[in-house]
Design a protein around this ligand. Structure first.
Ligand code: ADP
Ligand code: MG
Length: 470
């Protein structure tokens, strides 16, 4: 097998396990440069792809390569084509990579932080139409490993509205900065051109306004209103799930804007693929643009955020106090901010400067409840139902509806992997099914997890729900 064939077969494998948008973004213009002693060197068009392929896609590439050549042990990437700095004509991904290249990784955090400390006067504008919060800007957003793709994509969109990535789809768990980033695009656009029509809305709000307009017979002006918009930001689009009429109108509005090269930016807590009962045509629209995820912040990032936020508030903390908070509050950035505010409030109340001892006292409740020690069967079922928007009865029923069957398999898998329940017990719980059903479900999901990246993300999002559920 030639290297070219090897790569072609491998790409074929990869293509079926990730979304089309991700595949096009990351694997277009790649090739194998060499294969020596089990080491594959992959040629990529820019530094950004290199980082992404080596880190995020490492396992999936290796796995797919191994299917075609058992001797392969590791991969690395090499940039084979330098990209010019950001220009109007460069493709989206080049634009991002140029931006990242101009900002070396190590200085990324520090640069963002120093911008925060300067605290440029917040941009003010009469936000009666846009619904934007002026606090959410790119300069107050701290960039780290967990969010640099999403940040770069949002930045790039704000510089090339409508034509670069449309739609831009940002997804990630709660409190990780999606709303902040989405609104930063809007604020940056209005800062440059206050005449632009920007609208930020939550999916909940969109839905309830739509329903009202249907009731009041004003649906035409509702649509006309949306069609004037240059930048439409729709937050938490997972809530569209199961609302047919809303999806239908959303699709129409989406199409009109899209055809006029108007920008649409969307957020969700999961990738389009994993939003249950999303119309296929909407799903493929969402997947047709750029998809970027935000992950949980690592310790370094959490510490950087705490430093920045305490600087913003002009309160100095001993280093070990911030360390203590960063080590113990790990789920998301909203909780981190909350914890910091709590320590500050405590310190003011007791009239003592912040210290680790004070932080320990202030955060006992948070840390105590954040770390749930025993997970029950109910927690698992509740998290699965919550994620797929179904009821426990749906899960237990005998039906064979495709979405329900999938959720049931995931639930069986998690009961086994997280709680080590017996197959017999699991079968019994699901309406007296045989133990082999549970066993098959467990094996099927375990196997699929090895090669299906989006399933992996799906399962880890549900796991997260299990552990932070109260
Ligand atoms: P999400 O929409 O993903 O649930 P938000 O955008 O509401 O999260 O973020 C929660 C809080 O954390 C907000 O106050 C936001 O400003 C802050 N935040 C999140 N990510 C960052 C970041 N990278 N830098 C600075 N603040 C952040
Ligand atoms: Mg949000």
């Amino acid at each position: 097998m030639t290297l070219e064939e090897l790569w072609r077969f491998t790409l074929g494998e990869i293509e079926v396990s990730i979304s089309k948008a991700q595949f096009n973004t990351w694997f277009r213009n790649t090739s194998i440069i060499s294969l020596e002693n089990g080491k594959v060197l992959i040629g990529v068009p820019n530094g950004f792809s290199k980082e992404w392929l080596e880190n995020k896609y490492n396992a999936i590439i290796l796995h797919s390569l191994l299917k075609n050549n058992k001797e392969i042990k590791e991969i690395s990437c090499q940039v084979i084509q330098e990209t010019p700095p950001l220009q109007k004509t460069t493709s989206g991904i080049d634009a991002i990579s140029a931006r990242l290249k101009n900002t070396p990784k190590s200085s990324f955090l520090t640069r963002q932080i120093s911008q925060n400390i300067k605290l440029s006067t917040p941009y003010t504008h009469s936000f009666h139409t846009s619904n934007l919060n002026p606090r959410y800007t790119f300069s107050s957003f701290i960039v780290g490993e967990n969010n640099n793709l999403a940040f770069a994509a949002c930045k790039a969109v704000s510089e090339q509205l409508g034509t670069l990535y449309n739609p831009l789809f940002i997804y990630g768990g709660v409190g990780l900065g999606k709303t902040h980033l989405l609104q930063s695009i809007g604020n940056s656009i209005l800062e440059k051109d206050p005449e632009k029509e920007v609208l930020y809305t939550s999916t909940e709000k969109f839905t309830s306004e739509l329903i009202t307009s249907i009731k009041n017979n004003t649906i035409n002006s509702f649509k006309a209103y949306y069609q004037k918009i240059d930048l439409l930001i729709i937050d938490d689009v997972q809530f569209l799930s199961g609302r047919e009429k809303t999806q239908h109108e959303f699709f129409n509005i989406f199409n009109t804007l899209y055809q006029k090269d108007k920008q649409i930016v969307i957020s969700s807590d999961r990738p389009p693929k994993s939003i249950p009962t999303l119309e296929d045509r909407l799903r493929s629209r969402f997947e047709g643009g750029m998809i970027a995820d935000i992950n949980k912040p690592n310790f370094e990032m959490r510490l950087a955020i705490l430093e920045s936020k305490s600087n913003e508030k002009n309160i100095s903390f001993p280093k070990e106090t911030l360390h203590y908070i960063a080590e113990n509050i790990t789920h998301n950035i909203r909780e981190l901010e909350g914890a910091l505010n709590r320590v500050i409030a405590f310190s003011q109340l007791q009239n003592t400067p912040p210290s680790q001892e004070l932080a320990e006292k202030a955060l006992t409740d948070l840390i105590g409840s954040g770390k749930k020690k025993t997970i029950t069967q109910k927690d698992v079922i509740q998290a699965v139902c919550n994620y797929y928007d179904i009821t426990p009865e749906d899960l237990q029923k005998k039906g064979r509806k495709k979405e329900i069957t999938h959720s049931r398999h995931i639930a069986m898998f998690l009961l086994r992997s997280e709680l080590k329940l017996s197959y017999k017990g699991i079968g019994r719980f699901f309406g007296g099914r045989d133990h082999t059903t549970a066993m098959h479900a467990y094996e099927k999901i375990s196997l699929a997890l090895e090669k299906n990246l989006s399933l992996k993300e799906e399962v880890s999002a549900i796991r997260e729900k299990i552990f932070i559920f109260d």
